[in-house]
Design a binder for this molecule. Structure first.
Ligand code: RUB
Length: 321
């Protein structure tokens, strides 16, 4: 490992995130924090007497991780959390501070998910049916907490093209004892009349309360509003996007066309453009509540919490000084 070459564990984590073997905003965040701890362990032996080289290698590893997926803000927020706590005059002290911060971050993430699950569960009543989109561990925590409270909950699960993460949701809910009906995305409006809530996760939440989540969330939200079905986002505060406080927009990741059509279909259709945006933005007026570990918020008021947690904006501790 040279000064700025990332450790093998960082490269592996970056690859797994890019190929979506590791996916979902919260899971990406904890994998990134754990990879930084691995980087610290390797860098401590490679640069035992060179604190500046250790620090430079941590920043470089963070940049490698950060470049994998642009939309989920939990990734840079995880890197920020760990790097801001990197301190000490010796490499040993630096290593310890990074490993401690990484472990504390993962613990906090788990606790936050449990806490928000209880808040989200309070919105669900015994006998309710919930419609889900994609696979969100934060959203599932709400349903699982409701079941633990003794409520009987059923789910209508959208398969969520193109990668069908709804299958993961269906499996996890079935394991939790929740009766599941799996539907194709285009059937969602028809089934909205049969559900009491729509529950989604978030990859990022903007300062204006806009919710960035898996493509299709915004259409679902508009339809839910039209049918009079309440829709909530379950999102730990790690999903709040501090850069939007200073006017930046959230980049929407465009993925490969191979997720949409296979090579044979491509050949048969011929020369057409194929686009595959991974996420979309649901304007705050179509979202009833954002459920976090600190309670539930109307989307328009989330900016207050964002300022409390991040001040006026976001630092980039992975940048070269
Ligand atoms: C996953 C997705 C999830 C959020 C929240 O997209 O949009 O709803 O990431 O997930 P992808 P969680 O499959 O492209 O990563 O609540 O687990 O953080």
């Amino acid at each position: 490992m040279t000064d700025t070459e990332p450790a093998a564990a960082v490269r592996e984590t970056a690859d797994s995130i890019a190929t979506m073997e590791v996916r979902g905003a919260a899971t990406i965040a904890s994998a990134a924090a754990e990879a930084l701890a691995e980087q610290a362990r390797e860098a401590a032996s490679a640069h035992a007497d060179d604190p500046p080289a250790f620090r430079a290698s941590m920043r470089a590893a963070s940049r490698t991780l950060r470049e994998t997926r642009p939309t989920a803000v939990s990734l840079p927020n995880a890197l920020r959390y760990v790097l801001q706590r990197m301190e000490g005059d010796s490499v040993e002290a630096l290593r310890r501070s990074v490993v401690d911060a990484s472990e504390a971050f993962v613990r906090q993430l788990d606790r936050a998910q449990e806490d928000l699950g209880r808040v989200g569960a309070n919105r669900l009543a015994d006998g309710d049916t919930v419609m889900t989109h994609c696979h969100s561990t934060d959203a599932l925590a709400c349903i699982e907490a409701a079941v633990e409270q003794g409520k009987s909950i059923s789910a209508v699960v959208k398969e969520t093209r193109p990668r069908q993460q709804g299958h993961l949701t269906a499996e996890q809910l079935r394991d939790a004892g929740v009766p599941v009906t799996l539907i194709v995305d285009s059937a969602a409006r028809r089934y909205l009349d049969e559900v009491d809530h729509v529950l989604v996760g978030a990859d990022s939440i903007a300062a204006d309360g806009g919710v960035i989540n898996k493509i299709g969330t915004s259409g679902l939200a508009v339809n839910a509003r039209e049918r009079g079905v309440p829709i909530m986002t379950a999102a730990q505060t790690i999903k709040l996007h501090p850069e939007t406080l200073t006017g930046h927009t959230v980049e929407i990741e465009m993925r490969s066309e191979s997720e949409v059509i296979d090579a044979d279909a491509r050949e048969a259709i011929g020369e057409v453009a194929v686009e595959n945006p991974a996420f979309d933005v649901t304007p705050p007026r179509y979202m009833d509540a954002i459920v976090t570990e600190q309670g539930q918020f109307p989307p328009e008021s989330i900016v207050t919490l964002m300022r409390e947690l991040f001040g006026e904006g976001a630092e980039k501790p992975w940048a070269e000084p």
